[in-house]
Design a protein around this ligand. Structure first.
Ligand code: FE2
Length: 175
């Protein structure tokens, strides 16, 4: 068993290395699990963001104006959310992923090749919105068990946006 003196020395060394102890009432194991889940959500959110911006640029056809503007509103909201997710990971004491390599590895959404037709873009976005919602929802039990309210709040907000946006996009596909 480590003595108190050793503990104190270890703590001091960590502080000197810039790794300050985090004592917010969440265990390191729980913080690590939640940060990992939020990293997966960040990867899906970034992939969805880029897909939406790509379609904003490349959409064509009779629905051009509606979709061009709608996609812009969506990617603008998503861009702001990326920051909130990444900064929650940081507040839990872990580095936020920030490279395309990590996002491709972690994302459950597959990137779309080429330039699809307008309605195919909408279909792909419905699937990507739903996938992002599933990723957020799958983290909920972990966050609830750990008693992590800020992460639960963030997940609730993201779920609300992704489910509502999926409904709006889905509605464009109906007659
Ligand atoms: Fe634009």
């Amino acid at each position: 068993m480590a003595s108190k003196k050793q503990d104190k020395q270890e703590k001091q060394e960590k502080v000197e290395r810039g790794v300050a102890r985090i004592d917010i009432g969440l265990s390191e194991v729980d913080r690590a699990k939640i940060a990992d889940g939020l990293s997966a959500l960040l990867a899906d959110s970034y992939t969805l963001y880029l897909m939406t911006h790509n379609f904003h640029w490349n959409v064509t056809g009779p629905m051009f104006n509606t979709l061009h503007v709608m996609f812009m509103q969506q990617y603008t909201e998503q861009w702001t959310a990326l920051d909130l997710i990444a900064e929650r990971i940081r507040a839990l004491g872990f580095p936020a992923p920030g490279t395309y390599r990590e996002f491709v590895e972690r994302a459950s959404i597959k990137e779309i090749e080429g330039v699809p037709k307008a309605l195919e873009m909408v279909r792909s976005l419905v699937a990507a919105q739903e996938a992002t919602a599933r990723t957020a929802r799958s983290l909920f039990p972990v966050v609830n068990d750990a008693n992590d309210q800020p992460s639960a709040d963030l997940l609730t907000q993201r779920l609300e946006v992704h489910e509502k946006t999926a409904w709006m996009l889905r509605s464009l596909l109906e007659d």
